[in-house]
Ligand binder design. Structure first.
Ligand SMILES: [Zn+2]
Length: 258
């Protein structure tokens, strides 16, 4: 399929998808002010920092006038809780922000987006949502040496042996489709795991092994024309990421920039 035909097909299918469970629910969100004129093609429900009760960041996040080129999938290395409520999701977001600011000493939560075990999607670092909606890149702290060109999604839980809850998986697929659409990314090339950028277990053996399926499902949602080669990243010259092993109960442990 040629690029123009693909785009038309994609718009048609995504337009239909909006009525099939994906919600344009940011209507009461200030972020909509930054919306591109043509409107969102694919907009999952994203809970804002105000909704989960974020504390103020120490510094306003840097937003670059370009799109990120990769989406980094993480796990939080926190317990695989069974409380799938939105309250638990908000608690998670506050705990991660607290950990990143107090323990890590960063300016704010490191990741741009968080997905709870219950599938609730939340904004992480300040300005992330408005940046995504305007096709720009909010620089986070989630992949050492790669923060200026990657956007990170923290998925609640530890997926070395346990499988990913269906609700989380569904939200991850939709979130990645949204980001690929917003940023014009090829899911086969853009979707990577944290371990692709350094020595870390993140996002866990199980979740990492499901990245090919994630790429396929995202490509399916976007009606992406053809399968491209999987990303190949040379990690030989990357430093170790020794902070990954943290006691359970701490949010995403690896070292990042601020
Ligand atoms: Zn990670």
């Amino acid at each position: 399929m040629r690029e123009r035909e693909y785009r038309l097909a994609r718009r048609a299918v995504l337009g239909g998808m909006l009525g099939l469970g994906l919600q344009a629910t940011l209507a009461n969100n200030e972020a909509m002010a930054a919306e591109r004129p043509e409107g969102p093609l694919l907009l999952p429900r994203v809970h804002t920092r105000r909704e989960w009760g974020a504390r103020p960041a120490r510094r306003r996040a840097e937003v670059l006038d370009r799109a990120p080129d990769h989406i980094v999938v993480h796990h939080t290395s926190t317990p695989n809780v069974t409380d799938y409520s939105v309250d638990a999701a908000y608690d998670l977001s506050r705990a991660i922000q607290r950990f990143h600011m107090r323990t890590r000493g960063w300016n704010d939560a490191g990741q741009q987006l968080t997905i709870s075990r219950g599938g609730h999607i939340m904004e992480g670092r300040n300005r992330s949502l408005t940046a995504i909606l305007s096709g720009r890149h909010c620089v986070g702290a989630q992949a050492l040496h790669h923060n200026d060109h990657t956007i990170g999604i923290e998925n609640e839980g530890t997926y070395m042996t346990a499988d990913v809850p269906g609700r989380l998986w569904e939200s991850l697929v939709h979130t990645c489709a949204w980001l690929c659409d917003r940023y014009d990314l090829n899911p086969y090339q853009a979707l990577v795991g944290h371990r692709d950028y350094g020595r870390t277990d993140c996002p866990g053996d199980v979740l990492y092994s499901r990245l090919p399926a994630l790429r396929e499902e995202v490509a399916g949602l976007l009606r992406f024309p053809s399968r491209k080669s999987a990303p190949r990243i040379d990690t030989d010259d990357l430093p170790a990421d020794p902070g990954e092993a943290m006691p359970s109960g701490t949010a995403h442990p690896e070292r990042h920039d601020r």
